[in-house]
Design a protein around this ligand. Structure first.
Ligand SMILES: Nc1ncnc2c1ncn2[C@@H]1O[C@H](COP(=O)(O)OP(=O)(O)OP(=O)(O)O)[C@@H](O)[C@H]1O
Length: 612
C-alpha cells in the first residue's frame, strides 16, 4: 500500500471545504456527476476517432446508489477511468491555476465562498464536504489493472491495486454523521433534477421501494437541451442548464438559443452571466464555451470559439458539419467553424440590441458588467463595428447613467452642431469638473464623459457617427462651433499681451498660451494638440516605456476676463512669475494630473498666501 501526501494547496482547500462551507453542500453531487460526464465524453470521442478504442465495449452511463445503514453513497461511471499515475496527478494535486485563484479569493463569507466553488469548479474535493472518507476505484479504458485511491481528507491518501469489472470510475463516499440525509432516494432525485437534468448521459438511481424490492430508474432527462426546439423549452429549463454548465447559482441575465438549418447546420446556446466572471480581465481567463460536434463533446478550453471580447459568455456551440476527429490545432483555421463563429456573434449582438430596446433595465445591468468588453470589440472586431457602436454606452453631461451615441444625436437640438463632443483622459469627477466644459454647459451642449481608459483608443475607430464627427473638447482644435470667427479674433487680440507675458514666464513648460473663448468661471485650463494623447494616456504610455512622450507639452488656455489673469497682467515681474506657475500647475491638477514640480508649487503658494 503506497502512502502519498497531498500537495499543500490541496490541504488548504480541503480544510476550507471540510470546516467552513456548509450551506451549499449538496453541490458535491453535481460536481461528481459532472466529472463522470466528462470522463464519458473523453472516452466517447476516443471510441469514435481512435482505432485503438473502436472495438471497446462502451455503454456510457452514470450510476448512483446508496446504503442508508452504512451511510454510503456511490457515483459510478463507465468513462475513461484513471490508472495509478492519473490518480496521483489528478486527485493529489491542483493543476489548475483557477483553483489557486479560488483559494486566494475566499472571503470568509460562507455563502459567497460556496458560490465560488461552483465558479471555479474545485470539483472532486467537494466530496469531503459530506464524507469523512472517500474511496475512488478506477480502471482506465484499455488497461487491465484497476486501482483504489482512499483518503480521509487529512493530509494523506493511499493508492493500492484493486478489482473492478469494466473501465470507469466509482466514487464511494462514507457520509459524515451530519450528512446522512444524502443517502436518500428523494434527496438524490431532487439534487440530480436540479443540477444535472441535462447531462447528456443517462443517470440511473438504484434504490429499494417500500416493499423492499430493488429498483433502478433513470433520473435525468439526458437530452442535449440545445437540440430541442425552442417551443418545447421553458425558461426554467434554460436556467437549470445554465447553472449546470456555469456553476453559477444565479439566473443568467439573458440568453440566446440559435438553431441554424440550411447551408450551415448548427445550434448555439449562449448565456450572459448576471455578474461578470471573476477572471474576465485576466489573461489566463477560462473560456466559457463548449464545442460539440453532432452532440459529441470536443473541447471547452478553446479561446477561439468566440472572439475574445465575448469571453464572458457561457454556453455551447454544436456543429453538424465539422468532422468528429477535428484536431484542436485545426479548429482555429476551420472555415466551417469560422462561419459559425461569425454568425453566432452577429446573432448575439443583435440580441443585445433587442434587449437594449425592449428591456432597458436589463440592458443597463448588462452595460454595468460588460461595457468594457464591448468596447474592446470595437477595437478588435471590425466586421461587427456597426452593431457594436450602437451597443456601447457612455456617461454624459446631459443624461443620468449611460447614454448611447444614437440617444446623443437625438438630443441635439441645435442645427449648427456638427459634432458629438466628448472629454476624455481622467476620472469621471475630474472630467465632469473640467474647466473646458463651462462654455458647453452654458450653451446647453451635451458632452460625453469618456472615463474608461479604453475610450481614447476606440474613439478614432468610431470616427463618425451618423455624419457627426466625434470631437474632444479638451484639444486646442475643438473651438466651439457656436462662437464665430470674429469673436475669436477679438478675444485673441484682447488677450494677446497677457498671453505673451505668461508664455514668456513659462517658457519651455508649455507649447503655447492662448486666450480662450470657452472658459467661463475658471482662470485657465490645459488643452492638447488635436492628435496628442491625453495626459492620462501619456502617463499610461510612459509606464509602458514610451519615453518620447515626455516631450509633449500642454497648451495653456487662459480666461482673459478672469480676475486672476487680470492680476497677472498688472503684477510686477516676481509676483507674475509665481502666479503664472501656479496657474499652470492648478490647471494640470484640474486635469487630474500631478504638477511637475510639486515642491515648487507648494512654496509658491505659501509665498503668495503670506502676502494676502
Ligand atoms: N469520474 C472520473 N473519471 C475520470 N477522471 C476523473 C473523474 N473524476 C475526476 N477525474 C480526474 O480528476 C481531475 C480533477 O477533477 P476535479 O473535479 O477536481 O477538477 P476538474 O473536473 O478538472 O475541474 P472542473 O470541476 O472545474 O471541471 C479531472 O480533471 C479528471 O482528470
Amino acid at each position: 500500500m503506497a502512502k502519498h501526501h497531498f500537495q499543500t494547496e490541496v490541504n488548504r482547500l480541503l480544510d476550507i471545504l471540510i470546516y467552513s462551507l456548509y450551506s451549499h453542500r449538496e453541490i458535491f453531487l453535481r460536481e461528481l456527476v459532472s466529472n463522470a460526464s466528462d470522463a464519458l465524453d473523453k472516452l466517447k470521442i476516443l471510441t469514435l476517432t481512435d482505432d485503438a478504442y473502436k472495438g471497446l465495449d462502451f455503454a456510457p452511463r452514470i450510476d448512483i446508489s446508496f446504503d442508508k445503514d452504512k451511510a454510503l453513497l456511490t457515483v459510478s461511471d463507465t468513462g475513461i477511468g484513471m490508472n495509478d499515475e492519473d490518480l496521483v496527478e489528478h486527485l493529489g494535486t491542483i493543476a489548475k491555476s483557477g483553483t489557486r485563484e479560488f483559494l486566494s479569493r475566499l472571503s470568509g463569507d460562507e455563502k459567497k465562498d460556496s458560490e465560488l466553488i461552483g465558479q471555479f469548479g474545485v470539483g472532486f474535493y467537494s466530496a469531503f464536504m459530506v464524507a469523512d472518507r472517500v474511496e475512488v476505484i478506477s480502471k482506465k479504458a484499455g488497461e487491465e489493472q484497476a486501482w483504489r485511491w482512499v483518503s480521509d481528507g487529512k493530509g494523506e491518501y493511499e493508492i493500492d491495486k484493486a478489482k473492478r469489472e469494466g473501465h470507469g470510475t466509482s466514487i464511494v463516499l462514507h457520509l459524515k454523521e451530519d450528512a446522512k440525509e444524502f443517502a436518500s432516494e428523494w434527496r438524490i432525485r431532487e439534487i440530480v433534477k436540479r443540477y444535472s437534468n441535462h447531462i447528456a448521459f443517462p443517470i440511473y438511481l438504484s434504490y429499494e421501494d417500500d416493499k423492499g424490492n430493488k429498483k433502478e430508474e433513470q433520473v435525468n432527462s439526458a437530452q442535449a437541451l440545445w437540440r430541442r426546439s425552442k417551443s418545447e423549452l421553458e425558461h426554467k429549463d434554460y436556467v437549470e442548464f445554465y447553472k449546470n454548465i456555469s456553476g453559477d447559482d444565479e439566473e443568467p441575465l439573458f440568453y440566446l438559443h440559435i438553431k441554424a438549418e440550411g447551408t450551415m447546420e448548427y445550434s448555439s446556446l449562449l448565456f450572459v452571466p448576471r455578474r461578470a466572471p471573476f477572471d474576465m480581465f485576466s489573461a489566463d481567463y477560462r473560456p466559457g464555451i463548449r464545442l460539440y460536434v453532432k452532440r459529441v463533446f470536443i473541447t471547452e478550453d478553446d479561446k477561439e470559439l468566440l472572439p475574445q471580447y465575448l469571453r464572458f459568455l457561457r454556453g455551447i456551440i454544436d456543429s453538424e458539419d465539422l468532422p468528429l476527429n477535428v484536431s484542436r490545432e485545426m479548429l482555429q483555421e476551420h472555415r466551417i467553424l469560422a462561419n459559425i463563429r461569425n454568425a453566432t456573434v452577429k446573432r448575439f449582438l443583435q440580441e443585445c440590441q433587442r434587449v437594449a430596446k425592449e428591456e432597458p433595465e436589463k440592458y443597463l445591468e448588462f452595460i454595468r458588467q460588460y461595457n468594457k468588453p464591448l468596447k474592446e470589440g470595437l477595437y478588435s472586431d471590425f466586421a461587427h463595428k456597426d452593431l457594436l457602436v450602437d451597443l456601447v454606452r457612455f456617461k454624459s453631461t446631459s443624461a443620468a447613467g449611460y447614454t448611447s451615441l444614437a440617444e446623443y444625436v437625438e438630443r441635439i437640438n441645435n442645427k449648427e452642431q456638427k459634432a458629438i463632443y466628448y472629454i476624455s483622459g481622467g476620472d469621471e469627477a475630474v472630467l465632469r469638473n473640467a474647466p473646458v466644459l463651462e462654455a458647453y454647459k452654458k450653451k446647453n451642449v451635451e458632452v460625453l464623459i469618456m472615463d474608461d481608459e479604453i475610450d481614447e483608443l476606440i474613439v478614432p475607430l468610431i470616427g463618425k457617427y451618423k455624419d457627426y464627427e466625434l470631437k474632444a473638447v479638451n484639444t486646442s482644435k475643438a473651438e466651439d462651433e457656436f462662437i464665430n470667427d470674429e469673436e475669436k479674433k477679438k478675444k485673441a487680440e484682447e488677450g494677446k499681451t497677457v498671453a505673451e507675458k505668461i508664455k514668456k514666464i513659462l517658457g519651455d513648460e508649455v507649447k503655447d498660451v492662448i486666450a480662450s473663448v470657452r472658459l467661463e468661471d475658471s482662470p485657465a485650463c490645459i488643452v492638447l494638440d488635436e492628435f496628442t494623447p491625453s495626459l492620462k494616456m501619456q502617463e499610461l504610455l510612459k509606464a509602458m516605456g514610451q519615453d518620447a512622450l515626455s516631450d509633449i507639452k500642454p497648451i495653456l488656455e487662459i480666461n482673459t476676463e478672469h480676475p486672476v489673469i487680470k492680476r497677472i497682467e498688472q503684477a510686477d515681474d516676481e509676483l507674475a512669475k509665481d502666479m503664472a506657475h501656479i496657474l499652470l500647475d492648478q490647471a494640470i491638477l484640474l486635469a487630474g494630473q500631478k504638477p511637475k514640480d510639486s515642491v515648487g508649487f507648494a512654496k509658491r503658494l505659501a509665498k503668495i498666501m503670506e502676502k494676502i
